[in-house]
Design a protein around this ligand. Sequence first.
Ligand code: 5GP
Ligand code: ZN
Length: 118
Amino acid sequence: MSEHTHNSDCVFCKIINGEIPSRKVYEDDKILVFHDINPSAPVHILCVTKIHIDSLNEVNSENISYVSHILEKIPEFAKSFGIDGGYRVVTNIGEDGGQSVKHLHFHVIGGKKLGYIG
Ligand code: 5GP
Ligand code: ZN
């Protein structure tokens, strides 16, 4: 199964459960947002769904509301950190995509001039 409410082996499920501490930015019933432990820019936060979804590959009509809620809130987070003039949203998928934590998350990165990727 690729989707559970919680996955006991998953670091982000442990953060959601409070088993692992994090520097929280925002939380509601669907999502948790916290600072990345190894930031790649002055602002680097992670937006995670409160249910365990492995990656964007496992998004479907049942769980899309968790994902759309993250996307809906991201501009608010960007504004609160003063980076709404320009920033980057990234979700890595699978081995070749560089996904190291297999729990769907969106990186919100900014606060400096970001190099071109794509
Ligand atoms: P990925 O490589 O899967 O796209 O991103 C995983 C991100 O999670 C990395 O940027 C990494 O620094 C971050 N990360 C991994 N473990 C922890 C942790 O225990 N706490 C926090 N706050 N971030 C973590
Ligand atoms: Zn998880």
